[in-house]
Design a protein around this ligand. Structure first.
Ligand SMILES: Cc1cc2nc3c(=O)[nH]c(=O)nc-3n(C[C@H](O)[C@H](O)[C@H](O)COP(=O)(O)OP(=O)(O)OC[C@H]3O[C@@H](n4cnc5c(N)ncnc54)[C@H](O)[C@@H]3O)c2cc1C
Length: 406
């Protein structure tokens, strides 16, 4: 038997790696098992996709000692502008109105990955087992044994708590016998960096275009992180289109607020589905991040939600440890799951509702959308609520999300 852990995290994507950083200094014996080579270019999560990070996420990353490493690249969002092409309604949210320096920040997943890796490497107490895949789980008294492939062979370890953070296609979730509710959207997200001729002015645009929701997020050097969701064949066609033609299409659908688009980086497409694991916990295991809930990227909430789960689970485990608790005990896991249920359900419902309302061609809905956007712009409390939700500052927040130590 190679190792014995209190917590074994499977998956070193943004969620699993963040949990590793959170638990690394707590006295718990933590290990991370990752399918791809450490720091390798094939790690799928750390590509150039733009991540909109909420204020709550910023605080959590700060508490984990990660923010200082990404602050120079994290571009503040001063305004959010939501509109629909060809309709009169617009919703505008300003950081100043909300009494904050920024409504959120935009960072590439690649930069976040580099900071997470650097932090984990500085935590010698968190061994990394990779490239390795969990292939079998067996239960024994007070622990789980996880068998994994490693190179040409196999090895195994025991853990009191197993955390499945191995993404939407989670094989650990399957090995644990946990089913999912999954609804493919029949859409793909097309992501790329684009350069506009005018300054982005730190505005995050969400434009409901005829092809589908188009987000343009402010990034460093006046780049914009584009995430454009559309029907699958259209997304593939846009990804393969000559650069000039694509930039022209983008300009036609976005309008002239940012001037002309003159450059586009690598275009990548992602299939989209709404997914929720039927259980977030089971005996000695918790499911986290995309493995627990995969969201449509329209509202930029997937990682933000996953990180709030990380902060909550870490808090429950640390408090349990202070009382000499077993990290895999039913009581701790149930405390975690009950705490996170509301936020997970609301965030998933909110994101899915946006898609149902704004990607719907029913003739009656179309004018109502314009009215809803206008109404939202005028109705202060509703707008404030939306802003607070987007900033990740609603509900029962973990200590880290309140700016306190873990
Ligand atoms: C285009 C796009 C834009 C987005 N924009 C935003 C945004 O603005 N804001 C936001 O909050 N979120 C955003 N998201 C969502 C965000 O990217 C995800 O929520 C996040 O990547 C989930 O991280 P994760 O660690 O749970 O899963 P993943 O990123 O999928 O990582 C899973 C990890 O597990 C490893 N793995 C898989 N199987 C195994 C196995 N059997 N054994 C060991 N390891 C395994 C993988 O190699 C990988 O490293 C966006 C997503 C997309 C597609």
């Amino acid at each position: 038997m190679a190792d014995e852990f209190d917590v074994l995290i499977v998956g070193a994507g943004p969620v699993g790696a963040s949990l590793g950083c959170a638990l690394g200094d707590t006295g718990l014996r933590v290990g991370i098992l990752e399918a791809t080579p450490w720091g390798g270019a094939i790690q799928p999560s750390y590509d150039d996709r733009p991540l909109a990070l909420s204020q709550g996420t910023r605080r959590i990353l700060d508490g984990l000692g990660l923010w200082s490493g990404v602050a120079a690249e994290a571009t503040p969002i001063q305004h959010i502008h939501v509109s629909e092409r060809g309709r009169f309604g617009v919703t505008r949210i300003a950081a100043k109105e909300q009494g904050v320096d920024a409504l959120g920040y935009v960072l590439s997943a690649r930069s976040l990955g580099a900071a997470l890796r650097e932090r984990l490497e500085a935590l010698p107490s968190v061994p990394r087992i990779c490239p390795a895949r969990a292939i079998h789980i067996s239960r024994e008294e007070n622990a789980l044994t996880v068998t994994y492939s490693l190179g040409d062979g196999q090895d195994s370890c025991r853990t009191k708590l197993l955390v499945a953070a191995d993404g939407g296609q989670s094989s650990v979730r399957e090995l644990l016998g946990i089913g999912v509710r999954k609804r493919p959207y029949g859409q793909m997200a097309l992501a790329a960096n684009v350069s506009p001729s005018r300054s982005h002015g730190h505005v995050a645009y969400e434009r409901f275009s005829p092809d589908g929701p188009l987000a343009l997020l402010p990034m460093v050097d006046n780049h914009c992180g584009m995430v454009w969701t559309m029907e699958e064949s259209q997304a593939k066609a846009y990804a393969a289109m000559p650069e000039d033609e694509f930039l022209q299409r983008l300009g036609q659908q976005f309008g002239s607020r940012l001037g002309a688009f003159w450059q586009v980086g690598k275009r990548v497409v992602y299939p989209l589905a709404l997914l929720r694991a039927e259980r977030q916990i089971c005996e000695r295991a918790a499911i986290l991040g995309n493995a627990a809930h995969t969201l449509h990227p329209v509202a930029g909430q997937g990682f933000n939600l996953g990180l709030r789960d990380v902060a909550a689970l870490a808090e429950v485990l640390v408090d349990g440890l202070a009382h000499g608790g077993d990290p895999g005990s039913v009581e701790l896991l149930e405390t975690y799951a009950a705490w996170r249920y509301k936020d997970q359900s609301q965030t998933s419902f909110f994101t899915d509702s946006l898609i149902r309302v704004f990607c719907n061609d029913l003739p009656l809905l179309s004018p109502l959308r314009g009215l809803a956007l206008l109404g939202m712009d005028l109705a202060g409390p509703l707008k404030d609520r939306l802003a607070h939700q987007a900033m990740g500052l609603t509900g029962k927040l973990p200590r880290l999300a309140r700016g306190l130590a873990l």
